[in-house]
Design a protein around this ligand. Structure first.
Ligand code: PLP
Length: 347
């Protein structure tokens, strides 16, 4: 597959303070686009950012056959562009594609094109502490018909955005016992658009009651799964505990990296089925020291209070593990620290 590049005549960056932009609203100069037609991917095109022109019959608009990824590029102290475990993202995108009956995208081409795009727009990568360039790969179904069947044609694209410091204030969350994010045998493990669409109503209802997020539970509403759009971690005594993957939980790359990093730091990690009952008991016994959400956007979001029915679990201030892990991982991602793993690609 060829990569064809056409550059902008003039960059928009001069009008924008990349260290002070609203999350996800200001795209960089270029984007990647590639169409799947007649059973194969065509040339990859790197073009100036532009709108699509789509028929109202476009299938993805009706049936949600869409998948996406989320990753970040950082700038190293030496000024190089850095990507954190990008191969994990394309591998996961292809798993999502399989689940959603969509064509997989070749890994090698993805990596090559992505690096070209990031390099072309590297002046859009903010260097301010906590800032980065957010990268959003996506595949959408493009057949023009409202017949309910898998599409034959698809569009792959990648757009990028400079994003500011994700200053996460501590979260107050409720354990959700009415709605589910995902079901056994469903699409919870795929990063597909509908998972988010379906979460907005429960999250809005929780927000109206003063919560920042919900903690999703399984269909029996007994076991904890995720914290909104993040994976969920607890410190119970001195162990780092997280719900084990079960086909409903999204396989977060941050989750996986933090488990590896914690083990390297000598912290015991436990992946298990984690019931509400157990968490409430550990809280009552004084063993529940921390709770936090983990994901690409904020890396670590500290949870200060978890409500379950009329039980309010207020967690200690210190957040020792959350702060340690967040700092270590951020330092690795930005190459401020070498780190024990070969996770960062620089170019
Ligand atoms: C993307 C996502 C995550 C986090 O995954 P990362 O690879 O760590 O960014 C967690 N939960 C859900 C539902 C997600 O969509």
């Amino acid at each position: 597959m060829n990569i064809v590049v056409s550059k902008v005549e003039e960059s928009r960056i001069k009008d924008i303070d990349i260290n002070d932009v609203e999350f996800g609203k200001v795209p960089t100069d270029h984007m990647i686009e590639c169409d799947f037609v007649d059973g194969k991917w065509g040339n990859v095109q790197i073009k100036p950012f532009h709108n699509f022109s789509l028929s109202p019959l476009t299938m993805s608009l009706h049936y949600g056959q869409t998948i996406f990824e989320g990753m970040k590029a950082y700038k190293s102290p030496k000024g190089e562009s850095l990507l954190f475990r990008p191969l994990e993202n394309i591998k996961r995108m292809n798993l999502s594609a399989q689940r959603m009956n969509m064509p997989i995208f070749p890994e090698k081409t993805f990596m090559e094109a992505l690096k070209k795009l990031v390099d072309l727009d590297k002046k859009w990568i903010p260097s301010k502490e906590g800032s980065s360039m957010y990268i959003r790969p996506s595949i959408i179904a493009t057949d023009e018909t409202i017949v309910a069947r898998p599409s034959f044609n698809y569009k792959f694209f990648i757009v990028c955005f400079p994003v500011g410091l994700y200053y996460s204030s501590k979260l107050k969350v409720k354990i959700e016992t009415e709605y589910c994010r995902a079901a056994t045998g469903g699409v919870g493990e795929a990063k597909c658009g509908g998972n988010y669409g379906g979460s907005f109503h429960p999250v809005t209802s929780a927000a109206n009651k003063g919560y920042n997020q919900v903690i999703w539970t399984d269909e029996s509403h007994q076991f904890l799964e995720e914290a909104g759009t993040m994976n969920l971690m607890f410190r119970i005594k001195d162990a780092l505990v997280t719900p084990k993957l079960n086909g409903r939980i999204l396989k977060g790359i941050t989750r996986k990296s933090i488990l590896q990093l914690a083990q390297h730091l000598g912290i015991q990690t436990i992946e298990k089925e984690l019931s509400i009952k157990e968490i409430v008991q550990e809280y009552k016994d004084g063993n529940l020291k921390e709770a936090f959400g983990v994901g690409t956007a904020a890396i670590v979001s500290i949870i200060e209070q978890i409500d379950y029915q009329d039980i309010e679990m207020k967690l200690p201030e210190s957040s020792e593990y959350a702060n340690l892990i967040k700092e270590k991982l951020y330092n690795i991602q930005t190459q401020k620290e070498e780190g024990p793993f070969k996770w960062v690609e620089s170019f």
